[in-house]
Design a protein around this ligand. Sequence first.
Ligand SMILES: [Zn+2]
Length: 243
Amino acid sequence: MSDNNENMIKIEKLKEIIDKSKKIVFFTGAGVSTESGIKDFRGKDGISKYTDIPIEILISKSYFYKHTLEFYDYYKKCFNCIDKKPNITHYFIKKLEDEGKVLGVITQNVDGLHYKAGSTNVVELHGTIYKNRCVDCGKEYTPQYVFNSEGIPKCTCGGIIKPDVVLYEESLPEKAIYEASKLVRDADTLIVLGTSLQVMPASSYVASFNGDNLVIINLDSTPFDQYADLVIHDKLSNVMEKL
Ligand SMILES: [Zn+2]
């Protein structure tokens, strides 16, 4: 069978699964955002290419407090995606949500693009660049304020503003963990998009899924491919445009 034929059969199977599913949960990773022009961590134009310091150190909690200016130099350069727009994948999820088929979206991305596309129930496991808070008084600031500030963004009280993005050495927000676990438990279909599922917690959510259909769509293979009911290795937009 030619690759093309095999792909067509997989697309048909995906359509069938979506058709009969009533409670779909999407789990999305960097691959969903790169097609909007957002940098991933370790890809060809990934944010790790913009520094000699390992990103596990550079975007860690201790580095933020000890080297706040250096942290912000890098953060402003690599995390500013407020002008980026959702793509076909974000809008496809939103369309299914409008049809009443989607329980929610769990995302590892911090770019807020699922919200921009109109999705309403989004669990942002790693936080978001859209929320920023003064570490002293808790006052909230817009991402525009943070990205446009000179040097270290400061609160009117004089405190440092910290983005609500989960840094290395920080644990994931408890509320997000709780909501994500609940979504996975309640889903009849879990569709994983654009993540290689190599790291926690992504892998733990997929491992705990007990519903009818596990679908994985990612450019590269993942450790969970062998357990999935359907696996497609392709660019997400190539798949989405056929649905
Ligand atoms: Zn303050």
